[in-house]
Design a protein around this ligand. Structure first.
Ligand code: ATP
Ligand code: MG
Length: 278
């Protein structure tokens, strides 16, 4: 099913999810100053994300996806609009954790130290953080590499370290910015399946930015599309594919139908962003 959304606020109450959204972002705008004048990165962008939802966010390069994630992570501030985040009562967990496209791991720390880093910063005791880190290192299949340094690992392994580090810290919301974007196609496919397995175990609230429509459909409960720069709401698609999913899901006719429908909706925006860049 696809719903074209107007360029206005979504109404959480009208949602099929029944509950109040975890993140309720309404008409968010962001303008950066620059030497050529102000750059509008986001324009009137609205998004609701529900507890336990895996939401895929797709849009042409430069439409403001990373900017929006950075605002949610508290690394930048919106210029207009409102964002309300429904936090846990008495939160002991961090609100958000971020996984980036480029391997944002500390090169001078071992895999185990990298994965334990957030826990360390939160003052978790050494024995507890060692145990939690070892568990996550296991789950992402890096047990033999716990004492290795990032330069001794492949790109896919380094990215798994980044994912394990974010998950070990158990944030309320995981913000993932093209986490598999720098990987070769086959490694990426394997990691997509691992991500699916990890997510299906824990059902964490995830906002996942990707340029791959197939990846967005395979992983997401919903795919939200943004227009070309400045990014605003283009359309959104529910992904009713049965869970648990695996790579086999990509062989289903419904998978192909949804992926193509999303591409049809996005095509003009991609074209526009290419023309603007020329
Ligand atoms: N700190 C900044 N100062 C000035 N302009 C910025 C800044 N950060 C982002 N922009 C501009 O805001 C717009 C959106 O950038 P953003 O990185 O959010 O896009 P994106 O959708 O993540 O793109 P991509 O898919 O290529 O990663 C771009 O035009 C970019 O040049
Ligand atoms: Mg980006």
């Amino acid at each position: 099913m696809s719903t074209d959304t107007a360029n206005g606020p979504h109404n959480g109450a009208a949602s099929p999810h029944g509950a109040a959204p975890k993140i309720h972002a309404v008409a968010v705008g962001k303008t950066f100053p620059s030497s050529h004048g102000p750059v509008e990165a986001l324009h009137n962008f609205s998004l609701d994300i529900y507890e336990g939802e895996f939401l895929s966010l797709v849009g042409p390069s430069g439409c403001g996806k990373s900017t929006f994630l950075r605002i949610l992570a508290g690394l930048a501030e919106e210029s207009s609009g409102t964002i309300s985040i429904h936090r846990e009562a008495n939160p002991t967990r961090p609100l958000s954790g971020m996984v980036f496209q480029e391997y944002a791991v500390f090169p001078w720390k071992t895999v185990a130290e990298n994965v334990a880093f957030g826990l360390h910063m939160r003052g978790v005791s050494r024995s507890e953080r060692t145990a939690i880190a070892a568990d996550w290192i296991d789950r992402v299949g890096l047990r033999k590499f716990a004492r290795h340094y990032p330069h001794q690992l492949s790109g896919g392994m380094r990215q798994r370290v980044g994912i394990a580090r974010a998950l070990a810290n158990d944030p309320e919301i995981l913000l993932m910015d093209e986490p598999l974007g720098a990987l070769d196609a086959q490694t990426r496919t394997v990691l997509q399946e691992q991500l699916l397995e990890l997510w299906q175990e824990g059902r964490k609230t995830v906002l996942y930015v990707t340029h791959s429509i197939e990846e967005a459909v395979l992983l997401g409960d919903r795919v939200v599309l943004m227009t070309a720069h400045p990014g605003t709401n283009k359309a959104e698609f529910d992904i009713p594919l049965e869970r648990p999913r695996s790579l086999k899901t990509t062989a289903e006719p419904e998978f192909a139908r949804l992926s193509y429908a999303i591409w049809e909706s996005l095509r003009d925006e991609v074209q526009r962003s290419i023309e603007e860049a020329e």
